[in-house]
Design a protein around this ligand. Structure first.
Ligand SMILES: O=C(O)CCC(=O)C(=O)O
Ligand SMILES: [Fe+2]
Length: 349
């Protein structure tokens, strides 16, 4: 695990309308460097308030503290087409076979994923309608989460514009324009305490290595720890993304990697044992519970993802042909299904 590479911290204090163009350009360049070298960055001094984040975690805890019976009043629909509502521990199996080695793939499939989640989309996304709990089960939950969803969408535009600026796009807001926000996904995640031995001997996983599919992901995590990202300079080894209070952890997804002709990196990441000293509780060596809130940002379904001219190589060549978001999502879904079997569902979108 030792590495002198770490996840860069990008200060967004100078990314606001009052900042001068040089300051904004500097923020954009640092962000893009981090997305190129590591694929993951922390963003600090962003525009989501600390109080709102506290509220989001407290709603998440209230949700997962409900009885299973209550949570099952908003069940995740069967199959991969609609990713909404509540998934009980073990329902979803994230697996991305990253090796052609059959044995590795088999081993990953046997491992239980110890987490429960609740997925939320835009109320206007007809392809994936929301699955809400009855209002009386958790009054105020739907209202808060809807507001939080759009607050995350708002900040995602700031980040996409900073990326556009850092990449030197002729129109720095070009990427943002394909993101109405209706194709995003807010996910509440709870990893219950489990015996540390199960994570150590790999009979259980919190979340195995995978990449995200969309443009970018922003993630909020509690102080438990355990998120790790693959070290680009030493593939197969991982570096920790230590909790940093109120920071946004931001990463590049597969579609933006493709859009940027592989300049921005969609990095494998996983959730494993916490790194902190208080990894275990008591004699049973139980890992602490962990709560995280990723928000996946995707372009609208009809968007054609085609190499940005500014990212073409010297001979003007693109590594990938044009593809729509919808086509790409279906292709990824199919591939994943072939590899991981029909009882499981893909990691997101
Ligand atoms: O819980 C985390 O920190 C990571 C979650 C994640 O990578 C995902 O849901 O795709
Ligand atoms: Fe992820």
């Amino acid at each position: 695990m030792s590495s002198n590479i770490s996840v860069p911290v990008i200060d967004f204090a100078n990314w606001n309308p009052q900042s001068n163009p040089e300051q904004r350009c500097d923020v954009g360049k640092k962000l893009v460097d981090g997305c190129h070298n590591v694929g993951f960055v922390y963003i600090i001094n962003h525009s989501i308030s600390s109080q709102l984040l506290e509220e989001a975690f407290s709603w998440s805890k209230r949700l997962f503290d409900l009885s299973l019976e209550d949570k099952m009043l908003a069940p995740h629909p069967d199959g991969p087409a609609v990713h909404r509502g509540y998934s009980y521990p073990g329902l979803e199996k994230v697996s991305q076979v990253i090796s052609a080695d059959e044995e590795v793939g088999e081993k990953l499939r046997e491992v239980k994923d110890c987490k429960e989640s609740y997925e939320i989309g835009s109320e206007e996304n007809d392809e994936q309608p929301n699955v809400w709990l009855p209002e009386a089960t958790l009054p105020g939950y739907k209202e808060f989460m809807t507001e939080f969803y759009w607050e995350c969408a708002r900040v995602s535009h700031e980040i996409l514009n900073a990326i556009g600026t850092g990449l030197g796009l002729r129109d720095p807001e070009f990427l943002s324009k394909f993101h109405s926000g209706h194709n995003n996904q807010l996910r509440l995640l709870h990893y219950p305490p489990i015996p540390a031995a199960e994570l150590e001997n790999e009979s259980s996983a919190r979340m195995p290595a995978h990449s995200d599919w969309g443009s970018i992901t922003i993630l909020f995590q509690d102080d438990c720890g355990g998120l790790e990202v693959e070290n680009q300079t030493a593939p197969g080894t991982f570096i920790p993304v230590q909790p940093l209070k109120d920071a946004i952890v931001m990463n590049i997804g597969d579609l933006l990697m493709r859009w940027s002709n592989d300049y921005l990196k969609s990095t494998l990441h996983r959730v494993t044992l916490p790194h902190s000293r208080d990894r275990f509780n008591g004699e049973e060596r139980m890992t602490r519970a962990r709560y995280s809130i990723p928000y996946f940002i995707s372009p609208d379904s009809d968007t054609i993802i085609e190499c940005l001219p500014e990212c073409a190589n010297e001979s003007g060549r693109a590594k990938y042909g044009p593809i729509s978001q919808r086509e790409y999502r279906l292709m990824r879904g199919k591939l994943q299904y072939k590899e991981i079997g029909s009882k499981t569902s893909p990691s997101q979108v």
